[in-house]
Design a protein. Structure first.
Length: 294
């Protein structure tokens, strides 16, 4: 971007990606509320996708963005099986087994994959500062893993594995959306993706309707904030800033997520874990000092 408006566009990109990080940071604290009432992880994932799908359906109908060529719709649908179905499932299991704070920190192995995808697919330049930011953030992630997680006295290697898979599935959203963003809106892409993910989840998850009004409210907020609003903001951000910049800026999300579950669920890191979280936040600051335009 070489126009006078470029700095303003880039700043608005940061605004949208930070808003995305805020919405995504709510996944853990709301999901724990639902699972505390006896809901299984897969069902929480199912309703998160279902409420998001309904809102995107209304959005696409209102803006006349629903109808797309079958080939594009099929691509979005198939991606949704992986990018929504698997992503949402392993997220919930990681939250249950390793803690919400642990799961979201592990998700941020994603910039490794994003850097690789963006360089190979889009020839996006990775500056030295960006590489350093990724390294600092990943160093923080390692410290959090070594600390034993955010559930005192509980270490689950299955939970850690789910967290790493979260990182890979999460990372795949960046290049996939970048590939299609010039032709279709975020609402269109994620409507069909959520449809694919929801059908996949419906085949493997138990679905019940006898939940209390409070839990239905939690599920509605989970779907609205973390599926609908988050992905809309995400789409707006990736139109304005590069893939790696967006991915590393989103490192603010684990800090916020950790704060929420500490306040409301008393999840607690050891000093090593808190140091790792501080390194993650430091990576965001380091990236913000990068003056390149990627």
């Amino acid at each position: 971007m070489n126009t006078p408006a470029a700095p303003l566009v880039q700043k608005s990109g940061y605004f949208w990606i930070l808003l995305t990080a805020f919405f995504w940071s709510l996944v853990g604290v709301i999901s724990k509320e639902c699972m505390a009432e006896g809901m299984q992880p897969l069902e929480v994932a199912f309703w998160r996708a279902a409420f998001g799908l309904v809102l995107f359906l209304l959005h696409t109908l209102l803006h006349h963005e629903l109808l797309v060529p079958p080939r594009a719709a099929g691509s979005f649908f198939l991606f949704g099986i992986w990018g929504i179905g698997v992503f949402y499932s392993v997220t919930q299991y990681a939250i249950k087994l390793s803690g919400a704070a642990m799961s979201v920190i592990l998700m941020y192995t994603a910039p490794i994959w994003v850097a690789l995808f963006s360089h190979l697919l889009f020839r996006e330049h990775i500056t030295t500062r960006k590489m350093l930011a990724i390294g600092v953030a990943l160093g923080g992630t390692v410290l959090v893993c070594l600390s034993g997680g955010s559930l005192p006295g509980q270490r689950s290697w299955v939970g850690i594995a789910c967290g790493i898979i979260i990182g890979l599935t999460y990372a795949s959203h960046y290049p996939f959306y970048r590939w299609w963003q010039q032709r279709y809106s975020a609402a269109t892409i994620y409507f069909y993706s959520l449809l694919g993910g929801l059908l996949a989840l419906g085949m493997v998850s138990p679905v019940h309707l006898n939940h209390s009004p409070r839990i239905w409210f939690c599920l509605l907020i989970l779907g609205a904030c973390t599926s609908y609003f988050a992905y809309l903001c995400y789409g707006l951000a990736l139109k304005r800033i590069g893939l790696v910049r967006a991915a590393v800026t989103c490192y603010l999300e684990p800090v916020l997520s950790t704060l929420w579950v500490w306040l409301f669920w008393q999840e607690q890191f050891t000093p090593m874990g808190w140091l790792g979280s501080a390194l993650v936040l430091g990576a965001v600051l380091l990236l913000s000092l990068d003056k390149s335009t990627e």
